[in-house]
Structure formats: structure tokens, C-alpha cells
Ligand binder design. Structure first.
Ligand code: PMP
Length: 351
């Protein structure tokens, strides 16, 4: 450990991202990317940005993207914040809203960045256990807190909460920020964006990395009351006033504008997810009901860690977590039909 590190850095436990292998031949089903690529209109918009104007800084307010999101959701640009991936948007939200003298509530089995940011922003973590069906029970979150954060659908389980449950929480929790992380909402869930006008302490974050297939461009967003958005802008302007480059802004705006491509690609992934779940079930797996672009599955007679190693040897990467309660599960991204077939065939041979 470097002697030059501050005591604060020494105690940080950073996030470990899923493997991003160099080899292209691998069937990569480990980090929930979209197998179909971005909208052709988004690609064209990005290519059009590769010119001499790149010597100029981008628009610090990200106006073109905010307007495209506002048009999509029929809201005002003042209700929208954009950032460099939703990881960055989440970081700014921790900084801006989560109190340090009261615990932040989040599911114990969830996105592993939540406890990491607690370390970074000195927020006290209070993980709340999922119920026996691996579901988030929002009734358990009605307790004293300095903020609440959960993904809907949850990751890595894929389990979805309904808007009525989220609204019930918001009715009882009015003093602290409730952040709904909707990274996977477009694969079958109902967005809580429809609730932001009614609940000024609700912040919804989303990403263009999944349903809009732009993980490589790093674009995320938050939607909420203009006062929450102003808080995020303050943090951003004290940190990096140009988080989104010209190419990312143009591509993300075009991706939001191309509804038809987006809807087709989500519909295809949803159909493939259901097929994949059925095929895994026929192989003896127990598959949790998923509303995301991945499935979370365990085989009662097989060791999940071992299976993931054996799949890797065959060129197929899936995600395995070591947390004891989920150590017997594999999280498998829904790929193209060919990729899903390759996975199912490899598993059929291994079992
Ligand atoms: N939230 C959840 C629940 C996620 O799974 C991810 C993707 N790893 C993110 C946020 C971050 O997405 P990105 O930074 O690519 O926008």
C-alpha cells in the first residue's frame, strides 16, 4: 500500500467491474450489455460529430440531450440531469443528497456500487435483507433514514417492483431522497418518472448503457424535481463541468429520438429472455422471474462457481457473485439468439 495515500484512501474498498475481455470471439454474457448495438441514427449522429469542432468544448448543460429526454417523457428539461454514465450520476446524488448522520437504506443483494459510494462519500450503509423470494420488500424501508436507494428491477436478481409499492413508500417517506435506479426499467417495468411531479423527494436514474446500447459512450441521467436537479448541477459544476463529450451528447440524443429502433430492440430482448428462461428451466435450473435484460438462475445439483469456470473454458462468460446467499446463482445477460443457444448447448453438455 502506498505510503503516500491518505488514511481515507487506505480504507476505501473500490468497486470491481465485471470482466471486459479483449478477445472478441467470446460469448460475453457477463455485464448486461445490449447485443444489438445502438440505433443506426445514433451511430450516424455520432459520426457527424467527428470533425474540426472537436477542438471546442461541448455544451456544459447538455441541452440537446435534455431536450430529447424531455420530449420522450413529456417533462421539462429542468427536471433532467445528464452525466457520464449513471454510475457518475449516482455518485453526484450520494454527494448531494444522502445524509451522513443517518443510514442510507438499500437492498443487501443489489448493485455493488451502493456500499462502495457509502465508503467514498462517508455515508453510513444499512443493507436491508431481501425476502425469501429474493424480492425487495419496501415495507422494511419505512424506518429512520438519511436516504433510500434501490434498483427497479433489482440487479442482479431481475425482480420488479410495481409503481403502487413505490408510491406507498413515497407517501410515508417525505423527508429524505428516495432514489430509484432504473438501469433496466425498459425491459418490462413501469418507470417511476410518472411520479416525479407528485413527489419532490423522488429521483429516478437511468442509463443509455442497456436498452439504448451505448455502454461504450457512458451516458446516464436523472429525473426529478427541478430543485433536486439543481443540487446535482451544483455538484457537477464543482467537479467536472463538461462530463459529456460532443459525440456522446449527439449519440444519446439521437438514441432517445429513435423510438422505433429502441422499442424493437427491447421487444426482441424480452422475447429472448423468456425463451432463455424456459430453456434453462428445462435443464433443471431455477430461474427467478426477470424484468431485466439478464436472468438469475441456480441449478440445485450444480455448483455455480464451478459452472461459470467451465463455461469460461468454452468461451462463454457469465457473472458469478461470491456473496453467500447468492453464491449458487449465475447472472446471465440475454444475448442474441445464437449466443443464447451457445450457452444453453454448453450447459446441456456440462450438466
Ligand atoms: N445501476 C445498476 C443497477 C447497474 O447494474 C448499472 C450497470 N452496471 C448501473 C447502474 C450503471 O450503469 P452505467 O454507469 O453504465 O450507466
Amino acid at each position: 500500500m502506498s505510503k503516500l495515500w491518505s488514511p481515507f484512501v487506505k480504507q476505501l474498498v473500490p468497486y470491481v467491474a465485471g470482466e471486459q475481455p479483449k478477445m472478441k470471439r467470446l460469448v460475453k454474457l457477463n455485464t448486461n450489455e445490449n447485443p444489438y448495438g445502438p440505433s443506426p441514427k445514433a451511430l450516424a449522429a455520432m459520426q457527424a460529430q467527428i470533425n474540426d469542432d472537436l477542438r471546442l468544448y461541448p455544451d456544459p448543460s447538455g441541452e440537446v440531450l435534455k431536450q430529447a429526454i424531455a420530449d420522450y417523457y413529456h417533462i421539462s428539461p429542468a427536471q433532467i440531469f445528464v452525466g457520464n454514465g449513471s454510475d457518475e450520476v449516482l455518485a453526484h446524488a450520494y454527494h448531494a443528497f444522502f445524509q451522513q448522520d443517518k443510514p442510507l437504506l438499500f437492498p443487501d443483494i443489489s448493485y455493488s456500487f451502493y456500499p462502495v459510494y457509502c465508503g467514498l462519500y462517508r455515508v453510513e450503509p444499512k443493507p436491508i435483507a431481501l425476502d425469501e423470494q429474493f424480492q425487495i420488500n419496501l415495507a422494511d424501508y419505512q424506518q429512520d433514514n438519511g436516504g433510500i436507494i434501490f434498483p427497479n428491477p433489482n440487479a442482479p436478481t431481475g425482480c420488479l417492483l410495481g409503481l403502487a409499492e413505490i408510491e406507498a413508500l413515497l407517501q410515508n417517506n417525505t423527508e429524505t431522497v428516495v432514489l430509484v435506479d432504473e438501469a433496466y426499467i425498459d425491459f418490462g417495468g413501469q418507470s417511476a418518472v410518472s411520479l416525479v411531479d407528485k413527489y419532490p423527494n423522488l429521483l429516478v436514474t437511468q442509463t443509455l448503457s442497456k436498452s439504448r446500447a451505448l455502454a461504450g459512450m457512458r451516458v446516464g441521467l436523472a429525473i426529478g424535481h427541478p430543485q433536486l436537479i439543481e443540487g446535482l448541477e451544483r455538484i457537477k459544476d464543482s467537479f467536472n463541468s463538461y462530463p459529456l463529450d460532443r459525440v456522446a451528447l449527439a449519440g444519446a440524443a439521437a438514441a432517445f429520438a429513435d423510438r422505433e429502433y429502441f422499442e424493437q430492440s427491447c421487444a426482441k430482448i424480452i422475447t429472448s429472455r423468456e425463451q432463455l428462461s424456459e430453456q434453462l428451466t428445462s435443464l433443471g435450473f431455477k430461474v427467478l422471474p426477470s424484468a431485466a435484460n439478464f436472468v438469475f438462475a441456480r441449478h440445485p445439483q450444480q455448483d455455480a462457481a464451478q459452472l461459470s469456470i467451465q463455461l469460461r473454458e468454452q468461451g462463454i462468460i457469465v457473472r458469478h457473485f461470491t456473496q453467500p446467499r447468492i453464491a449458487q446463482f449465475l447472472r446471465i445477460t440475454v444475448g442474441t439468439d445464437e449466443q443464447n443457444t451457445a450457452l444453453v448447448e454448453a450447459l446441456a453438455e456440462l450438466l
